[in-house]
Design a protein around this ligand. Sequence first.
Ligand code: DAH
Length: 367
Amino acid sequence: MSDLKQQVENVRSSFGQAVASVMATDALQELRVRYLGKKGELTTLLKSLGKLPPKERPQAGEALNALRDQLEREIEQKKQELTRAEDTAVEVGDRLDVTLPSRGRAVGAFHPVAQTMHEIVSIMQGLGYSVALGPEIEEEHYNFECLNMPSWHPARDMQDTFYFPDEKENAPEGKGQRMLEERMLKGRMLLRTHTSPVQVRSMLQYGAPLRIVCPGKVYRRDNDPTHSPMFNQLEGLLVEEDVSFSVLKGSLRELMNGFFERELKSRFRASYFPFTEPSMELDIECVECSGKNPNCRVCKGTGWLEVCGMGMVHPFVIRSGGVDPERYNGFAFGMGLDRMAMLKYGINDLRLLFDGNVSYFLSGRDV
Ligand code: DAH
């Protein structure tokens, strides 16, 4: 191989290695200068053409020009690759580290309350319950009367209600007036204060036996740091023949242990709800301190958390649902999903659930 041919091959292979190890556009520019600049390796070879014997020049010239074309092509190709990578990669100072992981994309996620709802529903589905839904704009009749809370009942005050304005004054003559009279017979319209009206609606629709859970939004005239005027509940109802209180206790223990993914101590405390008799409330062991911290901010040092109201369905309610209370009995329970989400996911401020900033829930992720 002639001297020049050997040199062409050397330049080709040293350039090949150099270009492969280039990681940034400025280093590529330096490489171009080193080979194709005024004093570049290839330029020097081109200049040396004149020293060759004339008959060797055409062939050597052709080889050098081909090499120059090749280098330019490869530099251009590399440049495009690098600009594409630099557009998406993370830059460290003025250096580029293409080995860093990419920034990633913020992907959608369920809201913690929705997540909680899905988890509880799926545990209850495992126990044979189906999901039933009811309207958020409800009739006084289903929200209160059917649940053994007539208008004089003091428990109605416990659930300060958003009523729709009484249309009496503005009602048009004729058809409007008739619609209004019908409405007055059924009672006023309101935003449901609990998911319990779905108990009666479901019995009327499906009859007995029946096992349902009803998740959904409820509304009360509350607005302070620990109460929001809209919150989420989940209602459960089982109506069968010869249902005992122990089935209720077993089912709720199963639900709590399943939801919190561990065996928790629980206790049932006597309580009062107009729609159940007897009525109880379920307390579970504090999920934060297990009763070990007298200053615990979650259980306030009591060691217990109140999580769910329940009881054996009052015969009045069973009858309101069109089911024979002589033949069927059952139990019902109701819990706050927002509270369950806060307990499980360690959220200590209710207002965070209504905040638009998702970064709190994607801890450590920059969004
Ligand atoms: N409706 C009750 C509330 O909003 C919760 C509740 C208590 C539901 C006992 C029930 C029950 O089904 O049996 O506070």
